[in-house]
Design a protein around this ligand. Structure first.
Ligand code: MRU
Length: 379
């Protein structure tokens, strides 16, 4: 079951409501999400009391972005455990809610493993639930720490790549506090450049069809007082041609063992443009986004979303409220088929560097990716 509460008008200036939080009102534990389908018009929290509600929220993009999906998945397992639902079934449903962001399955597995270990040691359901929740909280904290480290490494890299300062950065989709336990991935780097007085402009791709750039990144940039300009995705080429982009910074949903990067659809064309115009194309992602089990880009499953998201002008709605995507203003003749992949894949040779919480990898090679994973396992 899900409910909505705590409405506040959206406006300039932090703090924003947390993108995710665990709460324990008298009626029982709940997972509270900042409903990203309602932004930027209003900050509304969505309260999930069970896993089906959370799965609907994930599919409707009320909660989204790779690192946050991992955190949500872990809390979802904890929710099932502490509320006495079937934990194995809940984990399976959560992990399958969206296919591309590897963090979702990773977060689910972390909490599930903690739960299973506790059960194997003879813990009663309450203590096993507490173990799953503690693991979700740990992942949440780790993600915040990784975010701060990526921001620092990313800014150092930018300063090296662009010694003149006054960075003009193009970004795609949304990669800020809305997707993270901290300040995000690519956006966190831009934010640290802003705080250091070295961000001249953040170019924000609107990110068709669900407008994560226009609705969410512009929202976060405005709240942080950053100099930003919104553009249609199609306008990026003109911007490169005019010499107005110094670097591209994006996040990732899955990084394959060979360094191929799946991210929001529209990222790959930016990488091609960046290469043609000799502009660095930098991916910022925690090592939890690396999937050594996926050998290459062709093996990454790309989520296909409903065609209505393209044939109608609409923001994603909360399926929780019983309204699936669609129901917007038609922009194509009735019955038009649409191709609507949520992500695309950029080959490693087009990626200048991948910035993780362990530093920047450049050039991007399979060996380098494997080494990063070894370092992340060593902690
Ligand atoms: O479909 P979404 O909005 O979940 O897609 C999110 C993205 O593509 C982000 O760029 C990606 O998850 C990286 S966020 C750190």
């Amino acid at each position: 079951m899900a409910d909505q509460y705590a409405r506040t008008p959206a406006g300039a200036g932090p703090p924003m409501l947390p993108s995710i939080r665990w709460d324990e009102p008298p009626e029982g534990p709940v997972l509270v999400l900042l409903d990203q389908t309602r932004l930027p018009a209003e900050e509304t929290e969505l309260v999930c009391t069970d896993v089906p509600a959370l799965v609907r929220a994930i599919r409707a993009l009320a909660v989204r972005g790779a690192p946050l999906l991992g955190i949500a998945g872990a809390y979802g397992v904890a929710l099932a455990a502490v509320r006495g639902f079937d934990v194995e079934d809940a984990a399976e449903r959560l992990a399958g809610a969206r296919p591309t962001a590897v963090n979702l399955g990773y977060g689910v597995r972390r909490a599930l493993d903690a739960y299973r270990v506790a059960v194997d040691k003879g813990a009663d359901p309450e203590r096993a639930g507490a173990a799953a929740l503690a693991e979700a909280r740990r992942l949440h904290r780790e993600d915040a720490e990784a975010s701060a480290q990526m921001a620092a490494f990313g800014l150092t890299l930018l300063d090296e790549l662009l010694p003149g300062g006054g960075h003009r950065i193009l970004t795609h989709c949304n990669t800020g506090a809305l997707v993270s336990g901290g300040e995000g991935t690519a956006f966190a780097v831009a934010l640290s450049a802003h705080r250091a007085g070295r961000l001249r402009r953040l170019w924000v791709d609107e990110t068709r069809p669900l407008l994560q750039g226009a609705r969410l990144t512009a929202y976060e940039a405005a709240r942080n007082g950053m100099a930003y300009t919104l553009l249609t995705d199609n306008a990026a080429g003109s911007l490169f041609a005019a010499g107005e982009v110094d670097a591209v910074l994006i996040g990732a949903d899955r990084i394959a063992a060979d360094g191929s990067v799946a991210n929001k659809v529209g990222s790959y064309p930016l990488a091609v443009l960046a290469r043609y115009h000799h502009v660095p194309f930098v991916v910022v992602a925690p090592t939890t986004t690396i999937d050594l089990g996926t050998p290459d880009g062709a093996s990454i499953e790309v989520e296909q979303r409903p065609g209505q998201e393209v044939t109608e002008l609409t923001a994603p709605r909360t399926a929780v409220a019983g309204v699936e995507a669609g129901g917007g203003m038609p922009v194509a003749p009735l019955g038009t088929q649409a191709f609507n992949p949520a992500f695309d894949v950029t080959p490693p040779e087009l990626v200048t560097a991948i910035v993780t919480e362990y530093g920047a990898l450049s050039p991007v090679t399979g060996d380098g990716i494997a080494e990063l994973c070894v370092r992340s396992r060593q902690g």
